[in-house]
Write a protein that binds this ligand. Structure first.
Ligand code: BGC
Length: 740
């Protein structure tokens, strides 16, 4: 250590006048000069601890000795100051005392569990999403974590894929905005602050387009589609200063993403000038050989490092092969040095060389365990994530004066299922999660008679509880049902060929509807599920996703109208499995269907309406919003000019409420076929009942650009349509022309 410090110190003295970044670069070089090849490779080797794991763990008895020998650069799944300090102390026994980095999947909260990311996206609330990541970063960094493997920004059009729950849905514009908010939230005032963590945007790239929605499956797409739809959220994260990027498991057009030099070297590092760390996904370096793109682990390691993957997570291909590749002159030392530079730079920026225990403060850790302000934000975000899909006869909100309420279903008293996949496990979970029963019970006065029956389990064939549920419902003025997917039914490796409501829950709903009582159905899930008969027959439907630790309070607030729902779905909800993938921003065909009932020679299905069950951007409120016609400042736009667009929105119903006003455009004729609609802006506006507000947008030529078939990002002259409305289908329309 003394040796490094002397050398660093002399450098620091020599270059004290240089900018901070330059000084970090010099410090990094000074360390690299002291390193053996084995120590360099150690920095590129990442292991999992034993907290949890998301892939096969390679038996590896002497991990700790490897840390002491400087053969490990970073760890994941080691949580808590006590454990990170232990391992950091081992790293401090290594020759050069290079500190370890500790990484963790912090997908929707750390101590405080927020709604799953797909639910959060339905809030369209960038400030709140950013704040949730700020909280996650504050809590995680207090527990010794330096690096969060989030946000996941994979565009997803197919609800069969279980990982749709981790992303923002199907739209690249919204996805990019959310990516920016999340990176800013994690990294706060910048890494180096003790409450900031490195963010890691993943999975690069196009993982969400797995064929058939089957996790890890191959992806085959044109480069135009890749650039137009799948890359924008990654680019936004890079522009927001994201510290790291994770490779994807899939192959893209025949080349595994982890060994894909086009993606990582050409696009990410050369074109976008990304200078942070590229980390493989779990075992995905070794996966290059499994794909059949490399003969063995050694070739896989070569492909990955040449493509630009800096850190090998858990496959050990780098550890076992890079040295011999260098000795055999198959791999240049420069490539290894580049990767090591990326890793050491972040360790310096985090301040770990100055103080390896900077994130090891038990007092701070304890103070972050049960923070009331964090719970309040979790509640706000959970309320705003709920989507009201249906409200026939305005049976919602439930009057606080009803006499008897029946609350039925396997989610009513469930605890951990409220958290969803990719949530942390804590010993005090049961105490900190507000169940739906508790939330609802607390919201109504004790004069309200609250009845409960479970009715059935989430996912089996046992209907023996139906009779009790029917009897209980028959005594009530209104029935609230809570059904859905268990927390491990959406997530990694959780693809479903037919994502219907599992078990006998849909049959339970049918039986309860047969009582003739007004029935509200709440659906808890990690993805858009298929629930045709419920969608048709239930009187009201709330899509409650997996809402996190404040689920019960958020649901109760929405049921009673204390919070008027404002969520809007960010994936199109299909009618049945055969409709997937389904997305609103599709291209026009030569045989478009003018409406759902057109059958002859149109691009649709003869056994199904062409439209989704609920379109992108859809979500109701207890109030209604009326839109004026669109006002344009001009009908011809030239480069350098701005088109001002506005509508007046009026709260025409009986409750105060918030609306998300959405703006879409369509390029009518272009050198490649353009989508029928593309989101280009949105704004949230809160209006008291009877109140009106003007919502203004600005369109510039940048909003009209797209990737042509030479992959140039261009705007072409001609006619455009512009739409503003409450969702992607219910819109007002106007036209303008771009003149170049
Ligand atoms: C997932 C990643 C995750 C990693 C580490 C993988 O299986 O695909 O998203 O960050 O495991 O847990």
């Amino acid at each position: 250590m003394r040796k490094i410090f002397l050398s660093i110190f002399s450098f620091v003295l020599a270059i004290h006048a240089l900018a901070q970044t330059a000084s970090v670069a010099h410090k990094v070089d000074s360390v690299i000069r002291l390193m053996t090849l084995e120590e360099k490779i150690g920095q590129l080797n990442q292991y999992s601890g034993d907290w949890a794991h998301t892939g096969p763990i390679t038996p590896d008895g002497d991990k700790q000795n490897q840390i002491r020998r400087g053969q490990v650069g970073s760890m994941l799944n080691v949580i808590g100051v006590e454990h990170t300090r232990d391992l950091q102390q081992m790293a401090m026994q290594s020759r050069l005392k290079i500190p370890l980095l500790f990484a963790q999947d912090v997908i929707h909260g750390f101590r405080t569990t927020f709604p799953i990311p797909l639910a959060q996206a339905c809030s369209w609330d960038m400030d709140l999403i950013e704040r949730s990541e700020r909280i996650a970063a504050t809590e995680a960094s207090a527990s010794g974590i330096h690096w969060c493997f989030a946000p996941m920004v994979d565009i997803a059009r197919d609800a069969r894929w279980g990982r749709v729950m981790e992303g923002a849905g199907e739209d690249p514009y919204l996805g990019a905005r959310i990516a920016t908010a999340r990176v800013k939230g994690f990294q706060g005032k910048g890494i180096g602050h003790t409450d900031a963590v490195m963010s890691c945007v993943k999975h690069f790239a196009a993982y969400g387009a797995a064929i058939g929605g089957r996790d890890y499956n191959s992806v085959d797409m044109s480069l135009q589609t890749l650039w137009q739809y799948y890359l924008p959220p990654f680019k936004a994260a890079v522009d927001a200063g994201v510290s790291s990027v994770m490779n994807a498991f899939n192959s893209l057009n025949g080349i595994p993403a982890t060994g894909n030099a086009y993606l990582v070297k050409d696009v990410l590092k050369d074109t976008w000038k990304f200078r942070g760390i590229v980390v493989s996904d779990w075992g995905s370096v070794g996966g290059i050989a499994t794909h059949g793109y490399a003969a063995d682990d050694k070739e896989a390691a070569l492909a990955a490092i040449e493509a630009g993957c800096d850190i090998d997570m858990e496959s050990r291909c780098y550890k076992n092969n890079l040295a011999s590749l260098v000795k055999e002159k198959k791999l240049s030392l420069q490539l290894i040095d580049n990767a090591v530079k990326a890793v050491l730079t972040k360790k310096f920026e985090l301040g770990l060389f100055e103080d390896p225990y900077k994130f090891c403060d038990e007092k701070r850790e304890n103070a972050q365990q049960n923070v009331a302000a964090h719970k309040a934000t979790a509640l706000q975000l959970a309320e705003r994530s709920i989507v009201l899909l249906k409200n026939d006869l305005n049976i919602l909100p439930v009057s606080k004066n009803v006499k008897t309420i029946a609350v039925i279903g396997p989610f009513v008293k469930a605890v951990k299922d409220n958290l969803g996949f990719w949530s942390m496990e804590w010993p005090d979970d049961s105490a900190t999660i507000v169940t739906q029963w508790e939330g609802i019970r607390n919201k109504f006065s004790s004069d309200v008679n609250m009845l409960y029956a479970k009715g059935c389990n989430i996912n089996d064939t046992d209907s023996s509880g139906f009779a009790e549920a029917i009897a209980v419902s028959s005594k009530a003025d209104i029935v609230i049902m809570s059904i859905g997917e268990a927390r491990d039914m959406s997530g990694e490796a959780k693809s479903r060929s037919n994502p219907v409501i599992p078990g006998v829950q849909e049959a339970l709903v049918k039986n309860i509807l047969a009582t003739g009582k007004p029935v509200v159905v709440m659906i808890n899930a990690g993805r858009p599920l298929l629930f045709g008969s419920i969608a048709d027959k239930a009187h009201a439907i709330l899509y409650t996703w997996w809402l996190g630790s404040q689920a019960g309070n958020a649901i109760a607030a929405v049921l009673t109208g204390d919070y008027n729902p404002s969520g809007k779905i960010t994936m199109s909800f299909p009618r049945n499995a055969g409709q997937m993938p389904i997305y609103y921003n599709h291209l026009n065909t030569g045989h478009p269907a003018p409406n759902d009932s057109t059958l002859d020679y149109v691009s649709g299905y003869i056994d199904l309406p062409h439209s989704p069950r609920f379109p992108f951007g859809y979500g109701l409120s207890y109030t209604s919003f009326a839109y004026s016609d669109i006002k344009l400042s001009k009908t011809t736009v030239r480069p350098g000019e701005k088109l001002e667009v506005s509508v007046v929105v009026t709260n025409s119903g009986n409750y105060d409420g918030e609306e998300t006003v959405q703006l879409y455009i369509r390029d009518m004729v272009a050198s490649v076929v353009r989508p029928v609609k593309e989101l280009k802006g949105f704004q949230k506006i809160f209006l008291k009942r009877g109140e009106s507000g003007e919502v203004k947008f600005r369109i510039t030529i940048e909003d009209l650009k797209f990737y042509n078939n030479q992959l140039q990002y261009v705007a072409e002259p001609g006619d455009f349509k512009l739409f503003i409305g409450t969702n992607s289908e219910e819109v007002k329309e106007a036209s303008f022309k771009l003149v170049l």
